[in-house]
Design a protein around this ligand. Structure first.
Ligand code: AMP
Ligand code: MN
Ligand code: MN
Ligand code: MN
Length: 278
């Protein structure tokens, strides 16, 4: 069993990197990729602790495609990314801080009493919208994190403020130039219509996309079959992961997803490695 999509406290997961390694070893995972949003400090902290576990450096970038937010995974099978990429990631942190300040102002203007210090104390290295959601729950403005997103924080909600995100094409180039494999995350969230999705993925492949996340906790068995076929037809590599976030998405388990709906064969990683070494 392997899991190539996980988050730690370095982004919006609740499990610190050393604990994630421990959980993976206890589960006897053969390989784990840490794919925190927009930073690699979780991977850096976990790397010396991996022991027998095959740990892969990964990233999940938020990008824009057709005006909408699309997540792009990057996998660094041959070793961590270039310094240039690291510096670019650092710049994204500023960008996020600026967004967070504007998000506070927006929420305040909607009559919500919340401060930057409050949300930052829930976040670690990188404070994101899930940390805002937690504060809104704790202060009783909403009942659940999901309600915080639905009412205030989602792209379509009244509290949303935009963040400067790279275009998908630029994200693909950044990852490839850093020595990584760019892979589209949870394609089920892009388009529901198979025809439209195919058109979108064809366009992404033209941009340099190399892989598609076929296995994901949110994918139904029918989705998996559809994405398998799409990967074969478009000659894209196949990846998969749970998108584990710890207790913020408590039903998603490391390695096995929702109620064991995820089975990522070891051969997925073997094929990725073989492709990279060719
Ligand atoms: P940020 O990167 O700070 O903009 O926060 C994005 C994160 O918020 C995503 O990775 C998800 O974990 C979460 N998120 C975004 N939209 C929603 C939504 N509509 N419902 C629940 N969680 C969401
Ligand atoms: Mn997340
Ligand atoms: Mn994602
Ligand atoms: Mn993710």
């Amino acid at each position: 069993m392997i899991d190539l999509h996980t988050h730690t406290t370095a982004s919006d997961g609740t499990v610190p990197p050393p604990d994630l390694i421990r959980e993976a070893l206890e589960l006897r995972l053969e390989a784990l990729a840490i794919t925190d949003h927009d930073n690699m400090t979780g991977y850096d902290e976990a790397a010396p602790l991996a022991g027998d576990l095959e740990l892969i450096a990964g990233i999940e970038l938020s990008t824009k495609f057709g005006g909408k937010s699309v997540h792009l995974l990057g996998y660094f099978f041959a070793g961590p990314p270039t310094l240039e990429f690291r510096l670019w990631l650092r710049k994204q942190q500023e960008n996020r801080k600026d967004r967070n300040r504007r998000l506070i102002a927006r929420l305040n203007s909607l009559g919500i009493d919340v401060t930057l210090a409050e949300v930052e104390s829930r976040g670690g290295i990188q404070t994101g919208r899930p940390h805002f959601a937690r504060v809104l729950v704790e202060k009783g403005y909403v009942q659940t994190s999901q309600q915080a997103f639905d009412d205030y924080l989602d792209e379509s909600a009244k509290g949303y403020v935009d963040r400067e995100e790279v275009q998908l094409e630029e994200g693909i180039e950044l990852i490839a130039n850093a020595g990584g494999m760019p892979v589209i995350a949870h394609p089920v969230r892009i388009k529901r219509d198979p025809g439209e999705l195919t058109t979108a993925i064809v366009r992404m492949k033209e941009m340099g996309l190399q892989g598609i996340e076929v296995y994901h906790s949110d994918h139904s068995p029918a989705d998996v079959v559809l994405f398998q076929r799409l990967a074969a037809r478009l000659e894209l590599h196949v990846t998969g992961g749970s998108d584990y976030h710890g207790t913020v998405k408590a039903r998603v388990k490391l390695g096995t997803g929702y109620d064991g709906n995820l089975h990522i064969p070891r051969s997925v990683l073997d094929e990725l490695r073989a492709a990279v070494s060719r």
